[in-house]
Design a protein around this ligand. Structure first.
Ligand code: FES
Ligand code: FES
Length: 156
């Protein structure tokens, strides 16, 4: 049995037919071609699949697609505006906040949610906001520096 789901994804209305046991991450990647959100663990532990659901960061591997019906979703593909990267994306590049990059979309989505709610976070608040995101490469420090740098300039 398939369900029809309607969502706003990156500002565009989308309608998807899906089995009810598929995740939001699967629908985003496989049905909508939005492969920026990554599947690291599939069990809610790594944060690589983080997207915004009605403005809040969620691990989309743990959200069943029908739960997103009627919701507004923003993925990493929806952050750049008019060809300009979001200030957080710029800062990750500038401060070397990524290496292999598989964790990066999740960190960026967690960081943009933080800065929207808390434009000038402390380092502790930044580390708390990204506590659900794992990175095997960077040692985290450059990611934290990037987010703190973006907090001075981020569009909110
Ligand atoms: S893939 Fe969703 S938390 Fe790891
Ligand atoms: S940059 Fe490789 S896991 Fe974070």
């Amino acid at each position: 049995m398939k369900l029809t789901i309607q969502m706003m994804v990156n500002g565009q209305p989308v309608t998807v037919e899906t089995e009810p046991n598929r995740t939001l991450l699967e629908v985003l990647r496989e049905d909508l071609g939005l492969t920026g959100s990554k599947e690291g663990c599939g069990t809610g532990d790594c944060g690589a699949c983080t997207v915004h659901l009605n403005g809040r960061p969620v691990t989309s591997c743990l959200v069943l697609a029908p739960e997103a019906d009627g919701c507004e979703i923003v993925t990493i593909e929806g952050l750049a505006q008019s060809g300009q990267l979001h200030p957080v994306q710029q800062a990750f590049i500038q401060y070397g906040g990524l290496q292999c990059g598989i964790c990066t979309p999740g960190f960026v989505m967690a960081a943009t949610a933080l800065l929207r709610d808390n434009p000038n976070p402390t380092e502790h608040e930044v580390r708390e906001a990204i506590a659900g995101n794992l990175c095997r490469c960077t040692g985290y420090d450059k990611i934290v520096r990037a987010i703190l740098a973006a907090s001075d300039v981020a569009e909110r």
